[in-house]
Design a protein around this ligand. Structure first.
Ligand SMILES: O=C(O)CCC(=O)C(=O)O
Ligand SMILES: [Fe+2]
Length: 411
């Protein structure tokens, strides 16, 4: 399990995987198996991608973590391959700064390559003067480099065509999606005025006898549509039992789709109420808290995300096509994730940080039975640590007397 435990951060994980990849041939000779090679390679790229998109604005800024020039260069190349030329330029720029500050690996070939990427990303971004400047530096290092001279000529030729130069050193808000911004912890719609409209209370689940003497802490994450968090619902011991039950069953679920950002990287296992008393008591407590019946609910789905694991924004009703009547999932948090891993709702602008023992609940369907477009949500990449959640899928059937139906088109 890459990323489980203390001191695991993506660059460490990355370096580990990088070594694994390089040494794979040797390992293969001994094991005579070609298992997982593509997965390692894929995870390697994923971690780089995530580091690139999550870290840039994050509090764990590059100034605090001292990446070496070559690592920064690699991150730049990931951004470059995603055609995020401004990000790429900034990573390359930091890489160059680091190189000059530390004099590490300061060969001319390396510096020239870095300058080549710098000029190319500046050019692609539309900053021709910078592209010219970097190309000049390249020629200065090696006046005999014909390719460098040719590039310089090409960029110079474009100078007159570009009148406006964009600010390459300031990242604009629009260069990133709402999902990414929420994952980085930016509080888009959660201004303090908005926060004051949301409340917390002790709830007895509408007068449930089991909660009368021990009401549950209910926090409104959002009011319309309702997203609720219930705190301290499950004990440390119950959580450990659930994880122990799940550990043997988890298998890596790598779903390769068209784009790297669409990957869903999780491991999951389904636990039935009959499997262990803890599973049925979890179901019972979820029913008490939410006031929803569990008769038509599915088994408990336990998900595990390692570093780099994430679940891109989706509609549950679409992901699980064969099941039309999913009413709500209630992810139960089985771990604290030190960084990353929030559940975010890009259409709403809300996010929920994983908190051990708490339950998040929302509805995927409106009262009229139609899917609610505002229920789009995703699990942010786990940056540090490992994330465990359990999802209880409760269906519409069986809730007729518990959640009022509506004939309105909009609710
Ligand atoms: O892990 C999360 O935060 C969300 C999981 C989820 O959306 C799902 O399993 O459908
Ligand atoms: Fe989901």
């Amino acid at each position: 399990q890459i990323g489980d435990g203390e001191g695991s951060e993506p660059l460490t994980a990355y370096q580990l995987m990088q070594r694994l990849r390089v040494e794979w041939a040797t390992i293969m000779k001994f094991t005579k198996k070609s298992l997982f090679q593509s997965e390692i390679f894929y995870l390697l790229n994923l971690v780089l991608y995530i580091t690139f998109f999550l870290l840039y604005y994050s509090p764990l800024s590059l100034y605090k973590i001292s990446y070496c020039s070559s690592t920064l260069f690699k991150l730049g190349k990931v951004a470059y391959s995603h055609e995020s030329y401004q990000h790429a330029f900034l990573w390359f720029f930091k890489s160059l700064q680091k190189l000059q500050a530390t004099k590490e690996e300061n060969s001319d070939t390396y510096k020239k390559l870095l300058l080549e990427y710098l000029s190319s990303s500046a050019y692609e971004f539309g900053h021709v003067p910078l592209a010219v400047y970097c190309a000049k530096q390249r020629v200065n290092i090696d006046p005999g480099d014909l390719q460098a001279r040719l590039d310089l000529t090409v960029y110079k030729g474009k100078l007159s065509q570009h009148t406006k130069t964009p600010d390459i050193f300031t990242l604009s808000e629009t260069s990133t999606s709402t999902y990414e911004a929420l994952c980085r912890g930016e509080e888009l719609n959660m201004k303090s005025r908005r926060r004051r409209q949301l409340s917390c209370r002790y709830s007895t689940g509408g007068g449930n006898p089991r909660l009368m003497y021990a009401p549950v802490k209910e926090e409104e994450v959002w009011d319309d549509p309702p997203i609720m968090t219930y705190h301290d619902v499950f004990s440390e011991a119950e959580i450990e039992q659930l994880k122990n039950l799940s550990r043997p069953g988890v298998s890596t679920a790598l779903q390769h789709q068209t784009d790297i950002t669409n990957y869903r990287v999780i491991q999951d296992v389904w636990l039935k109420d009959e499997d262990a008393p803890v599973v049925s008591s979890v179901s019972q407590r979820l029913s008490d808290i939410t006031g929803l019946g569990m008769e038509s609910a599915e088994s408990l789905q336990v998900l595990n995300y390692g570093v780099g694991g994430h679940f891109s924004p989706h509609y549950d009703t679409v992901v699980r096509k064969n099941l039309k009547s999913i009413m709500f999932p209630s992810p139960l948090q089985l771990s604290d994730v030190s960084y990353g891993g929030s559940t975010v709702f890009p259409e709403i602008g809300a996010s929920v940080k994983p908190q051990k023992g708490s339950v998040v609940m929302w509805y995927n369907l409106l009262r009229n039975g139609q899917g609610d477009w505002r229920s789009l949500h995703g699990g942010c990449p786990v940056y540090q640590g490992s994330k465990w959640v359990a999802v209880k899928w409760v269906h519409e059937r069986g809730q007729e007397f518990r959640r009022q139906c509506s004939l309105s088109e909009t609710e």
